[in-house]
Design a protein around this ligand. Structure first.
Ligand SMILES: [Zn+2]
Length: 530
């Protein structure tokens, strides 16, 4: 349970682009929210916090001199089912990479036991790396996507979770039969997640047309309509790689550009996350700005797949919202510190190539992209991303001391600006002592067993128990979930129309033999385009 706590210590955050605040602070948290924030630490500020009407009997947590508070990282683009491939498969460009590595792995997520194991690992790993909010692409399977939502909800990680909508130009064994069946499966997931978290505070569904080439015009249209009807955010890819852009041009000859395809089908909204945007034309940038959609800059993935270097400065100068994504497994790690480093180096390389030093992204800007910038792109900038009264307490406690075999060496003469920079460029999960989401301590090296909620603990011990079959683990997971939510949850196969049981249990129809035959023409086209 979240409780009332007064936090005292060094606080570092980037509330706006280019602004870095490093201050001693006294922060009062009532359940999930910051209700008191003084940018100093004195007997008076602590007394004022203690006498705040919402902080009665609050316990006081004082940071060590080697520690500081930092907002939780927000990863605005990550593919959860691709996690087993993180760290290999860098031998081919994007479209071939999808065919060779990604689609075969994602298609296996019809197996829920496999999904449970991999999703458990990605959620716990990203939490250890300090990701408090992630926008996940799942596979095209609604049941496995529901499982990911369950795990995020139980562990307390904020997440957008979208099953991929993809009904064309994909391998026959990993492609939806029609736009109708794709939307029906999306509706199943939305319905299930509405039971799980009706307020969409921790987990929210997100409409996820994979990218324009994997959707028919009909499906793109349906996705836009579905998102508008249900008030949901949207995530997809745009302008990542020259081969992909040429494919979009070929498939949508009547549209002006890649961006115009999405705009035409009402997929560009203030809650749309567009991954990459490496090769956007000026007119496309203008459209994205007008629609108030955001870009998830994924520099690690762009480097690994040799896709290119996005000019973030140009996007920012045009007023476009920009954030950072790890894009696992195009990106080789879900560690957001690595995404920050790569964004720094990409901006420097591009500045060198274009002979324009103004392109360089400085540390405060990079940290903004990984926190408040991410919150803005996800449409949650008023709730999380920085420290402010009224916002939720999503925070990391970073420890730069030498304990835990820390990879950072600090010297007496180091300023806090130096310490911060050393952490960004040399630190890792050994330095993430505490991870707080929505006022709850849920991970970190200092997170003791008694700090973790009984639910997470149950889940952890269940996962570790090798004597239990994975099938039984899935059933046990459901029991744990129901004891947590104190409601009997409908199985995902029966979730449609706001929880009313569907006449016929829903099932995947993507193995239709006729479809395999008709799709073979498109499959050849796909392979040719790579
Ligand atoms: Zn991606």
């Amino acid at each position: 349970m979240a409780e009332n706590i007064i936090f005292v210590g060094k606080l570092i955050h980037t509330p706006s682009l280019g602004t870095l605040e490093i201050e001693d602070a006294t922060v009062g948290v009532h359940q999930s929210k910051i209700v008191f924030l003084a940018k100093s630490v004195t007997d008076e500020t602590i007394h004022l916090a203690k006498s705040h009407h919402m902080l009665k009997n609050a316990k006081v947590q004082i940071l060590k001199p080697s520690q500081f508070f930092f907002p939780g990282f927000i990863d605005t683009h990550i593919h959860a089912p691709q996690y087993p491939n993180a760290g290999f498969g860098i031998d081919v460009p994007l479209l071939k990479w999808l065919e060779k590595y990604t689609f075969p792995l994602e298609s296996s997520f019809r197996n829920l036991d496999k999904a449970l194991e991999i999703y458990y690992r990605i959620v716990t790993r990203t939490l250890a790396y300090g990701t408090t909010f992630a926008s996940y692409f799942s596979s095209l399977h609604a049941p496995a996507s529901a499982l990911l939502a369950e795990l995020c909800f139980l562990f307390g990680q904020r997440a957008y979770i979208g099953k991929c909508n993809m009904n064309t130009l994909s391998p026959p064994h990993y492609c939806e039969k029609s736009s109708e069946s794709s939307i029906e499966a999306t509706n199943v997931l939305v319905s299930f997640m509405s039971q799980l978290d009706p307020e969409r505070k921790i987990v929210s569904p997100i409409v996820t047309p994979r990218f324009a080439p994997s959707c028919t015009k009909d499906l793109l249209q349906s996705c836009g309509k579905f998102a508008a009807t249900h008030g949901l955010p949207i995530q997809t890819h745009v302008s990542e790689n020259p081969g992909e852009i040429a494919l979009v041009r070929e498939m949508f000859p009547d549209r002006k550009s890649y961006t115009d395809v999405y705009d035409h089908y009402n997929l560009l909204t203030p809650k749309t996350i567009l991954a990459h945007g490496v090769y956007l034309e000026d007119e496309e940038i203008e459209t994205i700005y007008k629609r108030q959609s955001g870009i998830s800059h994924c520099p690690t993935s762009n480097a690994v797949l040799a896709s290119g270097m996005a000019n973030v400065r140009k996007l920012l100068n045009a007023g476009v919202k920009v954030s950072l994504g790890t894009d696992v497994s195009g990106g080789y790690t879900p560690n957001m510190l690595v995404a920050i480093r790569q964004a720094a180096l990409t901006s420097r390389s591009l500045a060198s190539v274009l002979k324009d030093p103004r392109i360089i992204l400085e540390l405060p800007e990079l940290l903004y992209l990984a926190t408040q910038g991410g919150a803005e792109v996800l449409g949650r900038g008023r709730e999380v991303g920085s420290f402010e009264e009224g916002k939720d307490w999503d925070a990391l406690v970073i420890d730069v001391s030498s304990q835990n075999n820390s990879p950072i060496d600090i010297y007496e003469h180091d300023s806090w600006e130096h310490i911060l920079s050393k952490w960004v460029f040399n630190g890792d999960d050994r330095n993430i002592a505490q991870v707080w989401v929505n006022g709850k301590l849920i991970a970190g090296t200092e997170c003791k067993i008694e700090d973790i909620s009984p639910v997470s603990l149950n889940l952890a011990s269940l996962y570790m128990d090798t004597a239990i079959s994975t099938e039984k683990k899935s059933l046990r997971l459901r029991e744990i979930l129901e004891s947590f939510t104190k409601t009997k949850l409908l199985p995902v196969t029966q979730c449609v129309n706001d929880g009313k049981v569907h006449a016929k249990p829903w099932k995947h129809t993507d193995e239709n033999e006729d479809y395999r035959k008709t799709n073979s023409v498109e499959r050849k086209r796909f392979l040719r385009s790579t």
